[in-house]
Design a protein around this ligand. Structure first.
Ligand SMILES: [Zn+2]
Length: 261
């Protein structure tokens, strides 16, 4: 690992098919670049085994299991019981990726809410934090997490308002910042990244999606995390080392991760 740097990618779909050909090299490159831990969230129940495999293959990976709202049409009722059985088995740092998507047309919001609530209840039952996917649904998500109290979590790729950010923080959530903050035109996200309390921030790539400005329209990967962290450091007028230490401590505390050996 790069001396002095110890970054955590709190949201990386390393199990995605986009990484099938060069996953080993990418993990090695990420470690060499100073990314000590990758948190890999699942998106569907048939994919749970593949997600778990990431933690078996790569000691730097930690996994979360959950049913992603984008795939609402393919989740079956029994997938919730699969999830429950998997959580009971252990080896999982969070329930995720779960949430609500009001952006993609044609996704049944009522069905998404039922699934989301059921997964919040599982997170509460197993005393796990949650990794939240939120698109055009900030207030709706807040309504549910106010009602069903979980052990905090991460509002991944946060793009809400300052007021919504403050509400999440009050409820024990951290906010995930990544590629979006590297675009000059993303004024509101950059303003939030610069001014929110540092204790509330964690870093992420959302690889293979949400590539940073310098890799626009390319496949994103955790190798970009150090440069994404530098953007946050610049926005906050801090050193990269301080940003890395603070955001990694935030992620470790929330997800119960141990420090690297
Ligand atoms: Zn994701």
């Amino acid at each position: 690992m790069k001396p002095g740097l110890d970054l955590i990618d709190t949201h990386c779909h390393l199990d995605a098919v986009e990484f099938a050909a060069d996953r080993d090299q990418l993990v090695a490159q990420s470690l060499a670049a100073g990314v000590s831990t990758l948190v890999v969230p699942a998106v569907t129940a048939p994919g749970f085994a593949q997600t778990r495999q990431m933690a078996q293959l790569y000691p730097c990976c930690r996994i979360a299991l959950g049913l992603h709202p984008i795939y609402i049409q393919s989740h079956l009722p029994q997938h919730l019981s699969w999830l429950r059985a998997q959580l009971a088995q252990g080896g999982v740092v969070a329930v995720g990726e779960i949430g609500l998507d009001g952006f993609v047309p044609g996704l049944d919001m009522a069905a998404q809410e039922v699934l989301f609530v059921a997964q919040l209840q599982l997170a509460a039952e197993f005393d796990l934090p949650v990794l939240l996917h939120i698109r055009k649904a900030q207030d709706l998500i807040l309504k549910h997490v106010r009602r069903i109290r979980v052990k905090g979590g991460i509002a991944h790729a946060f793009n809400g308002s300052r007021q919504q950010a403050d509400e999440f923080i009050k409820l024990g959530f951290r906010l995930g910042f990544g590629g979006a903050m590297t675009f000059d035109r993303a004024r509101r996200i950059r303003e939030l990244a610069a001014t929110l309390p540092l204790q509330a921030l964690v870093l992420e790539t959302d690889a293979p999606d949400m590539a940073p400005a310098w890799a626009y329209r390319q496949r994103n990967s955790p190798v970009h995390l150090p440069r994404i962290a530098s953007v946050l450091a610049e926005l906050r007028q801090m050193t990269l080392a301080d940003v890395a230490a603070a955001t990694s401590a935030n992620a470790r505390e929330l997800l119960g991760l141990s420090a690297p050996a």
